[in-house]
Write a new protein. Structure first.
Length: 191
């Protein structure tokens, strides 16, 4: 089963989906097409020992639920692809332009997600202590890349990402919503 992004509306519901898929032995994955952007992959592959990643994307207004979850998922998917797992805490600044999220990782790395209202461009950068790469997401083959992976998966191939990656994205989104509401840094859920 392929679940289009995001996995769920909250981390709790994401964990419930995981539990059901395991209970009924259902192979599944969930992803945004932005995870497979070619020039992002090239940027990540060219920088060794990434210490900081920054991504940006649009923040639309969701018809229901949290806009950060329904629109921010694309940017968080890029960040997680660039940094891998290990996020520990988020803090959010919201202003009239959108939302900026700072992600602290348990090993000292940092991620930044900027979601802008009214802007419809994705991109970012990765840095080590000695190198950097910047990219604007080339959407030319974005959906083709995702669809190729879905077809391969449906034909019995492995999921193109670990389910742990999907849960980390959901956890980041959930902690971001909590930080927006509390005005404080929020730790990611332990599970």
């Amino acid at each position: 089963m392929f679940l289009d992004k995001p996995l769920a509306d909250t981390m709790e519901n994401g964990l419930a989906i995981k539990e059901l898929s395991e209970k009924y032995n259902v192979r599944m994955f969930s992803a945004s097409s932005l995870r497979f952007i070619r020039n992002m992959k090239e940027a990540v592959d060219s920088v060794k020992d990434i210490q900081c990643a920054s991504v940006f994307g649009p923040l639309g207004i969701a018809a229901a639920g949290e806009s950060v979850v329904w629109y921010g998922v694309h940017a968080f998917e890029m960040l997680q692809r660039m940094m891998g797992c290990g996020a520990a805490e988020v803090s959010v600044v919201k202003d009239d332009k959108g939302v900026v999220v700072v992600v602290k990782y348990s090993d000292g790395r940092r991620g930044v997600v900027e979601l802008a209202e009214g802007a419809f461009v994705y991109g970012g950068s990765v840095r080590s202590n000695d190198d950097k790469q910047v990219f604007i997401a080339d959407m030319t083959y974005a959906y083709k890349g995702l669809l190729e992976r879905i077809v391969s998966f449906f034909k019995g191939g492995p999921a193109p990402m670990e389910f742990e990656d999907t849960l980390e994205i959901m956890n980041l989104l959930d902690a971001t919503v909590k930080s927006m509401k509390s005005g404080k840094s929020e730790k990611l859920m332990k599970y």
